[in-house]
Design a protein around this ligand. Structure first.
Ligand SMILES: [Zn+2]
Length: 162
């Protein structure tokens, strides 16, 4: 909806614009009744302007905002991503490379690693909605979660942190 757009000059994070490929895309959170209900994307270079609505969209929460995997796709929560696939894997079968990729985050200048439980796990493969770049998240597996995420393959999720 175009009638609830906020001021495009308000501060927002810069990301890569999918139209002109310049790092001039601002992601502006738009609050509804006390909760963010849409994100406006506004490119300072080509003036591409789009509002993503997500009232009723599924949500997935991350314990930290500044994950290395989010830096690699030039995003910071909140943003929207589509769940492509769920994989089941045991902790002992994860490669060290994948563990580092998935768990690295930063607090100020310090590098930290999220502590994964040493048991059966779900790997969720997501596609970020604007850039189509991929990222994963590893979650504890149980039958309810597996069923929930399997049914949600193809659905959009609002990615939140904190
Ligand atoms: Zn642009």
């Amino acid at each position: 909806m175009s009638n609830n757009k906020s001021d495009p000059k308000s501060p927002g994070e810069y990301g890569i614009c999918p139209h002109c490929n310049k790092k001039k895309l601002r992601i502006i959170d738009q609050a509804g009744d006390g909760e963010i209900t849409s994100i406006r994307l506004y490119c300072d270079a080509c003036e591409w302007d789009e509002v993503l609505e997500f009232a009723g969209t599924k949500k997935i929460k991350f314990s930290h905002a500044d994950y290395e995997k989010f830096r690699r796709i030039d995003q910071k929560p909140p943003f929207i991503a589509r769940l492509l696939q769920v994989f089941i894997i045991d902790y002992k079968d994860l490669s060290g490379h994948f563990k580092v990729y998935d768990t690295t985050y930063y607090v100020e200048q310090e590098t930290k690693y999220y502590n994964l439980p040493k048991r059966q796990l779900l790997v969720l493969l997501f596609e970020e909605k604007v850039t189509n770049l991929l990222f994963t998240t590893i979650r504890t597996a149980n039958p309810e979660k597996l069923e929930y995420y399997e049914r949600a393959q193809g659905d959009d999720f609002l990615v939140l942190a904190g």
